[in-house]
Each structure stands twice: as C-alpha cells, then as structure tokens.
Write a protein that binds this ligand. Structure first.
Ligand SMILES: *[C@@H]1O[C@H](CO)[C@@H](O)[C@H](O)[C@H]1NC(C)=O
Ligand SMILES: *[C@@H]1O[C@H](CO)[C@@H](O)[C@H](O)[C@H]1NC(C)=O
Ligand SMILES: *[C@@H]1O[C@H](CO)[C@@H](O)[C@H](O)[C@H]1NC(C)=O
Ligand SMILES: *[C@@H]1O[C@H](CO)[C@@H](O)[C@H](O)[C@H]1NC(C)=O
Length: 179
C-alpha cells in the first residue's frame, strides 16, 4: 500500500472513532429504569422548627443580591404523589449553594435519594451538579447508586412544581441508563 493510502485510511479510522458517545450506548428516550418522586422542602424560618426540613447553614456573601454563597442543608420528605400529607417513600438528603454572579438564581446541588423498605426499590441514588433553577425544568446527572441501584448512572429531570416563601416542591424524574 502506498503511504498516502495508508494515511487516508488512518484518517478515516480516526474520524469514525469520534462519534458522539451517546449514540454508542445510550438512547435518552430509553432509560433502563424510570420512576418519579416528589420532594417537599420546608425551610426553617425561625418559628417552624417542628416541621422544617431545611435550613440556611451559611449566610450569603455580600458579593451580590442573588444569594451568592448561601448554603442550605436539607433532609426532605419524598412522596409518590404531590401531596405533602401522603406517606413518605424515602428522604432527599443533601445541600445546595447559590452561585449566580449575574441576576438570577443558580445553585450547585449534592443530593441523595434514600429509599428503605417503604418504596419499591431499596438503596440510594446520588444526584449532583449544576441546578439551573431559573430554567424551571433542568437535568442533573445521577452519578451513582447503592443497593437496588448498585453502580447506577443516569439523569434526574427536576421540575419546580410549587414555590412559596417557606415551602417548595420538586418533581424528580429519575431516568437510569446504567442499571
Ligand atoms: C408546619 O406545621 C404547622 C403546625 O402543625 C402547620 O400549621 C404548617 O402548615 C406546617 N407547614 C407546612 C409547610 O406543612
Ligand atoms: C445574611 O446576609 C444578608 C446580606 O448580607 C443580610 O441582610 C442578613 O441580615 C444576613 N442574615 C443573617 C441571619 O445574618
Ligand atoms: C392530601 O392528603 C390528605 C391526607 O390524606 C387529604 O386530607 C388532602 O385532601 C389531600 N390534599 C389534596 C390536595 O389532595
Ligand atoms: C423508611 O423510610 C420511611 C420514609 O422515609 C420512614 O418513615 C421509615 O421510618 C424508614 N424505616 C426504617 C426502618 O428506617
């Protein structure tokens, strides 16, 4: 083979190996496991210690007026439907920190969904990354799991369903692509 033909063949090989990763293995529309839960957060306002599930642990910095640096820790109730009074199926445990420099709200979140015997699955799923709150619906990576979710990975699509002064509710649509 001529040297030229060799280098052309090599180039074709290199180009063909650069297909998007997604098309090789994952179809966004075909998760191997899918379910959703609702997460209820009641923020501590100084007077609701009895039922608060979240509190600001570190106040915002003085850098801007969009809460830059405010750190909130939470241990929220998870339910199968959107009713706060419905039976708990697990807990949403973690923190988020506001990190928007320009007008708007943005957070970085570290959250584990913790399920024991009160749900069809038992184990934990860890969801972590940028939470682009102003988008209403946003995707956050599911980076791992334990128990029934051993070594799982996927995407959590999060929608803010309700937002009040001290209470908000998220719909968490869990889609796993490695089960
Ligand atoms: C917290 O508990 C109080 C007293 O039971 C109740 O009035 C209030 O509605 C509760 N808040 C939420 C968000 O459930
Ligand atoms: C938190 O920081 C804000 C802005 O600097 C300030 O207005 C507020 O009083 C602080 N809250 C507490 C509890 O220190
Ligand atoms: C939520 O559940 C409680 C207790 O089961 C029930 O009394 C209430 O009507 C429900 N609320 C809604 C909006 O379905
Ligand atoms: C399992 O989780 C549910 C919901 O969070 C909780 O009510 C229950 O106490 C937990 N059970 C055990 C054995 O931890």
């Amino acid at each position: 083979m001529s040297q030229k033909l060799c280098s052309i063949l090599f180039l074709v090989f290199v180009i063909s190996s650069f297909r998007p990763i997604q098309s090789r293995k994952y179809n966004p529309k075909k998760p191997c496991k899918r379910f959703s839960v609702h997460m209820h957060e009641i923020l501590f306002d100084g007077n609701n210690a009895a039922n608060a599930t979240a509190a600001v642990a570190v106040n915002q910095t003085k850098l801007n007026s969009y809460g830059f640096g405010e750190f909130t820790v939470f241990n929220d109730k998870l339910t199968a439907d959107s009713n706060l009074s419905s039976p708990s199926v697990g807990r949403g445990q973690g923190f988020y920190v506001f990190n928007m420099r320009t007008p708007g709200f943005n957070a970085w979140v570290g959250l584990s969904l913790v399920f024991n015997n009160s749900f069809k699955y038992k184990g934990t799923l860890t969801i972590t990354g940028a939470d682009l709150i102003s988008q209403g619906t946003r995707d956050i990576p599911i980076v791992g799991g334990t128990g029934d979710f051993f070594m799982a990975r996927g995407i959590a699509t999060i929608t803010t369903e309700f937002e009040g002064d001290t209470y908000f509710r998220l719909l968490i649509d869990v889609k796993l692509y490695e089960c």
